[in-house]
Design a protein around this ligand. Structure first.
Ligand code: ZN
Length: 140
């Protein structure tokens, strides 16, 4: 069980994210993106961006990672590293912040690179709409 920032194997997550860039399908932008996360139970999940000729249907690496999470049985994401092909961190886009929120909540730690403090998903997506909002907002 991963329970504190110091327990997060950031170098390994960065390594997995970098490796995932090699599996990206990015024939249009040529921006290779890889993402790696660890769940609260210690399971590693990875993803790569998958572009589409329609552009709008492109899947980001974080979406691919969430697919891997669900494919492996689910769980809650604890920490995340996203990098480009050069190994440098990338911030999740707006859509991915919402997708990640569903499977992590505001406490998800997001790598900012060596020597830089992590951010949380709550920092990147304050006042998020999430699954807990649905019961109170649905019309009977
Ligand atoms: Zn995205």
């Amino acid at each position: 069980m991963v329970s504190a920032t110091s327990d997060v194997p950031w170098p390994h997550l960065r390594h997995l994210a970098r490796e995932a860039t090699h599996l990206a399908y990015a024939p249009y932008s040529h921006v290779l993106v890889g993402a790696a996360g660890i769940t609260t139970e210690g399971t590693f999940v990875v993803g790569s961006n998958i572009e589409n000729a329609s552009y709008g249907l492109t899947l980001c690496a974080e979406c691919s990672l969430v697919s891997d999470l669900v494919r492996q049985g689910g769980g809650r994401l604890r920490a995340l590293a996203v990098v480009a092909g050069d190994g440098e961190p990338l911030a999740p886009c707006g859509r991915c912040r919402q997708v990640l929120y569903e499977h992590a909540g505001p406490a998800l730690e997001i790598d900012q690179g060596d020597g830089r403090a992590t951010l949380t998903l709550g920092d990147l997506l304050p006042h998020a709409f999430g699954p807990d909002d649905l019961p109170t907002r649905s019309t009977p």
